[in-house]
Design a protein around this ligand. Structure first.
Ligand code: DX5
Ligand code: ZN
Length: 214
């Protein structure tokens, strides 16, 4: 499985060394952008992403938790971001247009949903989106408890992707740790986002490796 550690749990006073550590052990680097409106928290924006993109070697995986995600696609592309996900709750009817625009800019497009949104609402985007981001906590904060019913949601999305012959990856975000990584793989997850379980570990590189091999 691929591991995309969430920088939200990093030590922001030592961001350079945190990114250098991720350059050694991560598959992707997950960046949580929050606007305080779609989600009840504010994180960071381009004042962090711009400099970080100049030292990151691993692909940047930007999770936009903002009400107007389409406003930021161009700037993300110019930062060399590889993966961009936005919330279906924010995009609504613009979802297909957003996916097309992200593709036009040469990036991979992901559609994210919170735990209270039915996975069936993602089905129309199978064959369009490159990946789906299933939140296994409510978006807004790191360090929350994994919601176990996410496993069934992932399994049903995986089944539908297979039924339609799609190629999309499933990324899971929230409360992911060595305790649930194997179950997530069995349910059909491809990419694990992990904040606390990587950065709060005494050995983050080993924690990433454990998740990858789960
Ligand atoms: C929450 C973010 C997550 C979060 C994950 O809104 O999307 O990426 O940082 O953190 P942990 O792994 O600590 O739940
Ligand atoms: Zn995230």
């Amino acid at each position: 499985m691929l591991v995309s550690p969430s920088l939200l749990a990093a030590d922001f006073l030592s961001l350079r060394s945190e990114v250098e550590m991720l350059n050694k052990g991560a598959d992707w680097i997950h960046l949580d952008v929050m606007d305080g409106t779609l989600v009840p928290n504010i994180s960071f924006g381009f004042s962090v992403i711009d400099p970080l993109s100049s030292i990151a070697i691993k692909p940047l995986d930007t999770h936009l938790m903002v009400v107007h995600p389409e406003r930021w696609f161009e700037r993300l592309a110019s930062d060399g971001v590889s993966y961009v996900s936005f919330h279906l709750e924010a995009a609504g009817r613009r979802t297909s247009a957003n996916i097309a625009r992200i593709h036009e800019l040469g990036m991979k497009a992901g559609v994210a949903i919170n735990p209270d949104i039915s996975v069936n609402r993602l089905f129309p985007y199978i064959g369009k989106a490159d990946f789906f981001l299933i939140m296994s906590v409510f978006a807004g904060f790191g360090g929350q408890k994994f919601i176990y019913s996410s496993l069934d949601r992932i399994a049903s999305l995986r089944a539908e992707i297979e039924r339609r012959g799609g190629q999309a990856l499933i990324e899971v975000d929230g409360g992911v740790s060595a305790d649930n990584a194997a179950a997530l793989r069995q349910a059909g997850a491809d990419v694990l986002v992990a904040g606390s379980s990587v950065f709060k570990s005494p050995d983050p590189l080993a924690a990433m490796e454990t998740l990858r091999r789960a």
